[in-house]
Design a binder for this molecule. Structure first.
Ligand code: AAO
Length: 488
């Protein structure tokens, strides 16, 4: 059984001396312990060479713990981004890079303290009715992948007209019919399991720390468990199981296998951003329709939802920062921040050269949020000052309890007891909100304007804590956060 990562990482004795934190430190240097990083970043359709650079220049310095890549295996040759989700073979050769580049990326990220989680597409092969050749030159037919799988390795469910899933309320359809015509592997079969396992072992040999299991819902949880069950201890398994109303296959079934992407989290996060009504999960006592915190991977959006159900994406700059503030300051689940590219066409692939290879891109000099992205321009969310500041706040918050939220008009905020306080204003007018806190009295720098430390002065507004209250004065549509290490 793979070990699950704790949602709040253990506190490490990392010390921020106040003198390093703010240029104008008053009094004796404060010592602030930080938790080991736990936050991930999904770098959607970014080449391995670029991810290697990001690990060194943005992810490691910002304190990201892990990066989720797009699928690395050979895929069909098409311009759309989703070509990556139609495997032709398990060669690590794709429009995102070669096997060698993948291995170099893992090593570079490792040096930067960033683990690599690979997106493993193991539920199916292609959805192509016509024979073809994959990116690395492998020949294939819809149900024939020479040397890998033949027709007997696939489900032909016989339950629907085209063997496609039509009714998500039927477990049998969901797990034995085809997801949008994708040839559905019979993952109950021992040889199929062994072939998939060989692929996962190969990626582990290249140094990955774990896997996102794509379309896990479409494989019985027992099948996924059998495939990943005896992987080396510590291998992370993140199952994609979209929670669907009235559906029999639930995320809870996959908790035994590892962590699960909890789609309810983003769905619950969005409405208050537009209506200002925050229902506080701490006051409510629990979080309905959420897997246990230690099993949950949470996100504001991902590559599917930014093209679908997500109410808040990079397009909504300020609201996106607010949503990420609430997520990163929260104590539920392991967050994964999302960073992709601007698009108007849902299917449009990332910018590529004339051979189809995705072009390198760097976020080292980027900032945001912005409103003026060109089509296919990278959003570079990992470089936004707010995200970097919030990673610092989260590390200082460590495993401090999340105190009950304060909902005041269009503003809302909460404390991580004695360690950090955040507040947001989703309204169209400026608003002041007071949050009870046990932080020491003093002046604090708002780190949503950017992290403090390494000689940098405070970029943000100052928040005063006195008499057990933090007083935030927030412009319309803004967020702010303070932590023990941001006191001047
Ligand atoms: C492409 C073409 C197809 C063509 C196919 C084969 O678009 O027209 O037939 O090639 O040639 C990606 C793309 C697809 C692409 C595919 C293969 O998104 O467009 O198809 O690559 O190239 C279901 C699965 C879930 C899956 C999601 C897209 O359960 O696993 O569909 N996500 C992953 C990846 C995704 C990828 C694949 C899987 C395939 O993240 O990028 O597809 O490898 C309900 C169900 C969900 C279901 C959705 C969508 O969700 O609960 O299980 O996801 O519907 O059908 C509300 C509801 C919620 C509902 C949700 C929908 O919130 O509460 O129940 O809305 O947004």
């Amino acid at each position: 059984m793979p070990r699950r990562l704790r949602h709040a990482a253990s506190v490490l004795p990392v010390t921020i001396a106040c003198a390093l934190v703010l240029a104008a430190c008053g009094g004796p240097p404060a010592e602030v312990e930080e938790a080991a990083p736990d936050v991930g970043i999904q770098l959607f359709q970014l080449p391995w060479t670029s991810i290697a650079d990001e690990c060194e220049h943005t992810l490691g310095p910002a304190g990201f713990a892990w990066v989720l890549t797009s699928p690395p295996q050979e895929h069909i040759v098409r311009d759309e981004w989703w070509a990556a989700y139609q495997p032709v073979s398990y060669l690590v050769e794709s429009r995102l890079g070669t096997r060698e580049e993948f291995a170099d990326m893992v090593a570079a990220c490792d040096r930067a303290g960033v683990a690599v989680i690979a997106d493993a597409v193991i539920n199916h092969m292609t959805g192509q009715d016509e024979p073809g050749q994959g990116w690395a030159g492998s020949a294939y037919e819809h149900y024939a992948y020479p040397g890998i799988y033949d027709d007997a390795d696939f489900h032909h469910c016989g339950l629907t007209g085209a063997d496609d899933i039509e009714d998500y309320r039927s477990r049998e359809q969901v797990q034995t019919c085809e997801l949008v015509n994708l040839a559905d592997l019979d993952t109950a079969d021992a040889e199929v399991r062994a072939t998939i396992r060989t692929y996962l072992d190969d990626l582990l040999s290249l140094g990955v720390a774990g896997f996102r299991i794509d379309a896990a819902k479409h494989m019985a949880a027992a099948d996924v468990a059998a495939i990943v069950g005896d992987l080396p201890a510590g291998t992370r398994i993140l199952s994609e199981v979209i929670r669907g109303a009235g559906e029999p296959v639930t995320p809870e079934e996959y908790v035994e296998v590892g962590e699960v992407f909890e789609f309810t989290y983003a769905r619950d996060l969005a409405p208050p951003l537009s209506n200002g009504v925050f229902s506080d999960p701490v006051l409510d006592g629990d979080r309905p329709l959420h897997v246990p915190a230690a099993s949950a991977v949470v996100f504001v959006d991902n590559h599917d939802t930014e093209r679908g159900e997500a109410k808040v994406t990079y397009r909504d700059g300020d609201a996106y920062v607010i949503a990420n503030t609430l997520m990163l300051a929260d104590d539920y689940g392991t967050p994964v921040v999302y960073s992709g590219y601007a698009f108007t066409d849902r299917d449009a692939g990332a910018a590529a050269d004339e051979t189809g290879r995705v072009r390198d891109a760097s976020c080292a000099e980027a900032t945001g949020p912005r409103e003026d992205y060109a089509d296919r321009e990278r959003t570079c969310v990992q470089s936004w000052p707010a995200i970097r500041g919030l990673l610092q706040l989260r590390a200082v918050a460590a495993d401090a309890p999340r105190m009950p939220g304060i909902d005041d008009g269009d503003a809302y905020g909460f404390e991580r007891e004695g360690r950090a306080v955040v507040a947001v204003n989703v309204g169209a007018q400026p608003q002041t909100i007071e949050i009870p806190t046990t932080l020491p009295s003093g002046e604090y720098c708002d780190v949503v304007a950017g992290p403090v430390g390494e000689g940098s002065t405070c970029e943000g507004a100052t928040v005063t804590v006195s008499d057990g209250r933090a007083v935030f004065t927030l412009a319309a549509g803004t967020a702010a956060g303070i932590h023990l290490g941001s006191r001047s």
